[in-house]
Design a protein around this ligand. Structure first.
Ligand code: UD1
Ligand code: CA
Length: 468
């Protein structure tokens, strides 16, 4: 059935100096509290309850598939659990307690805490870490049998306890019944006048329940984010962790310190990512695709062997072998079919570009359906907006749109049709036809000579205007 998880996320995080609640701050595009929820989910926790309070509305809008308990005043971590007791209901088995501000915690570590508690039928297992500088953390006081006798907060430590380098990471697995039964015995009789969840340890020991320390394999997992300096440290560690996973699975990163990949991104084999490239959100990249340098991809899918150079993609779909950039902007609903091209300084929105079709230079394509084998000449744009409504442009297979064509939507260019360069096309061009809208050119013979002559004399102004 799996353990239940309780995630404490009601605190304000004063030291963040932010209008945003601490746990809503993002790492690689994902709010911290969601990283923790996902780790619990990955560990098989069937139910996840999040305690919210400060900025509850903001925090709750960031999560799906969890239950909430409300802590209106933050009277300590023990009090946060008390506030969740009603939502949790009568509970047996394992209850994992996590902090919303420890985003590096992994599913593997949570599973290990649960397994260890269940194997020993212990009152609790506590994830501990050895810190070079344990300042601010609760210290782990061991007993003769190497169990945990108590956890003592920094501010309550005596001279000897303060020297202990093993700390409480704030990640636990409890016997749910034992924990919930002990809550009404917590007091605020301590240096901070708070209900400490950590006091449950000593209470369990009084009832002869074992409390077992589980040292973290990687102390970084315990990093609690309290300031924006910590936030940046956590982001750096997560960036490295994610990039290493992808490199070991066959992705090339020429400099992984300059590549940012979100936790939900899927990358195929032999993908190459050049520096200053961000791949975030729910993005997928197929085998052999080449991204970057200087590229930002969000919530987009890029098929195998596509190339994206120095471009921005948001909610876009790029087909196999298609090429994007340099300096293209593919906005939501941009869909490039196989081997299509969105070239230099091209913006595409809510439009399909068919197989092998090319929009190579300086174009805006919005609300358009472009068939296959189409060439859109340099500087051509869809005039999709009349100031009131958006209209569609359809360009059928094999059409050739001359350079600098203004396609005034709604308009349709038929199969194999051609538009003459510099035409403003506002009426449909039937299949195979030529659409031309252009005033005739005038040629003024001998203009240069006359202009020079004019410049020597007084008539310069007049000669410049000649030809109008
Ligand atoms: C806590 C632990 C400490 C441990 C440290 C690890 C206690 C008493 N101390 O201290 O032993 O070393 O975490 O990071 O538990 N929260 C609420 N409601 C509250 C108070 C806190 O939801 O009333 C949440 C916070 O939002 C945060 C988490 O609980 O996500 C931890 O709270 P915090 O105040 O940061 O605890 P620490 O003092 O760091
Ligand atoms: Ca903390």
């Amino acid at each position: 059935m799996g353990a239940t998880a309780l995630i404490l996320a009601a605190g304000e995080g004063t030291r963040m100096k932010s209008d945003l609640p601490k746990v809503a701050h993002r790492i690689l595009g994902v709010p911290m509290v969601r990283h923790v929820v996902e780790a619990a989910h990955g560990a098989g926790c069937g139910r996840i309850v999040v305690v919210t309070g400060h900025g509850a509305g903001t925090v709750e809008a960031l999560l799906d598939g969890v239950e909430y308990a409300r802590q209106d005043r933050q009277l300590g971590t023990g009090h946060a659990v008390m506030c969740a007791a009603e939502v949790l209901g009568p509970l047996t088995g394992s209850l994992v307690v996590l902090s919303g501000d420890t985003p590096l915690i992994t599913s593997g570590t949570i599973s290990a805490l649960v397994a260890e508690r269940e194997r020993h039928s212990a009152g609790a297992t506590v994830l501990t870490a050895h810190m070079e500088d344990p300042t601010g953390y609760g210290r782990i006081v061991r007993d003769e049998a190497d169990g945990i006798a108590a956890i003592v907060e920094q501010k309550d430590c005596d001279d000897e306890q303060v020297l202990i380098s093993e700390v409480n990471t704030g990640t636990y697995c409890f016997d749910a019944e034992a924990l919930l039964g002990d809550l009404d015995r917590l007091t605020t009789d301590n240096a901070q006048g708070e209900f400490y969840l950590t006091d449950v340890v000593a209470l369990m020991r009084e009832q002869s329940l074992a409390v077992i320390p589980v040292p973290a394999g990687d102390a970084n997992e315990a990093l609690g984010v309290n300031t924006r300096v910590h936030l940046a440290e956590a982001a750096k560690l997560m960036q490295r962790r994610i990039n290493e996973r992808h490199m070991l699975a066959g992705v090339t990163m020429t400099d992984p310190s300059l590549v940012w990949v979100g936790p939900h991104v899927e990358l195929g084999r032999d993908v190459v990512i050049e520096p200053m490239t961000f791949v975030l959100g729910e993005s997928r990249v197929g085998d052999g695709a080449h991204l970057g340098p200087n590229t930002r991809v969000t919530d987009s899918s890029i098929a195998e062997d596509a190339v994206v150079d120095s471009s921005i993609l948001v909610g876009a779909e790029v087909g196999p072998g298609a090429t994007v950039g340099p300096v293209a902007y593919l906005r939501p609903g941009a869909l490039l079919a196989a081997k299509a091209k969105a070239g230099t300084c091209v913006e595409i929105k809510n439009s399909t570009v068919g197989e092998g079709s090319k929009v190579p230079h300086l174009s805006y394509i919005g609300d358009a359906t472009i068939g296959s084998g189409v060439n859109v000449g340099a500087g051509s744009i869809t005039c999709n907006y009349d100031g009131f409504e958006k209209h569609r442009t359809v360009i059928e297979d094999g059409a050739f749109v001359g350079s600098d064509t203004m396609l005034v939507a709604p308009v349709r260019i038929g199969e194999g049709a051609v538009t003459a360069a510099a035409s403003a096309i506002s009426r449909d061009v039937p299949p195979g036809a030529l659409g031309i809208e252009r005033s005739e050119q005038r040629t003024v013979d001998g203009w240069l000579a006359r202009r020079r002559a004019g410049a020597d004399g007084a008539g310069r102004q007049g000669s410049e205007r000649e030809g109008e």
